[in-house]
Design a protein. Structure first.
Length: 77
């Protein structure tokens, strides 16, 4: 792969001041894309939630619901 510099060359770009900035009222040159964004990762695809965290969350939710149900029943009696 060859690397291309995404920055404009001030001596070849029209509408730029000597320091490389755009004068007031002038539209600066557009940004170019990143030609070397990096390799595509295929070895670590997202799989979603694991079984263990889901089971723990469900068990905790059932315990909390059972506590409040028992508390409501004890208040009613």
């Amino acid at each position: 792969m060859s690397f291309t510099n995404p920055d404009p060359e001030p001596e070849r770009t029209t509408g730029l001041e000597p320091g490389g900035g755009a004068p007031p009222g002038e539209t600066p040159p557009a940004e170019s894309s990143l030609p070397e964004a990096g390799p595509r990762e295929v070895h670590n695809p997202p799989k979603g939630w694991g079984k263990t965290p889901l089971v723990l969350i469900i068990v905790l939710a059932v315990l909390v619901a059972a506590f409040f149900l028992a508390y409501a029943i004890s208040l009613a009696l």
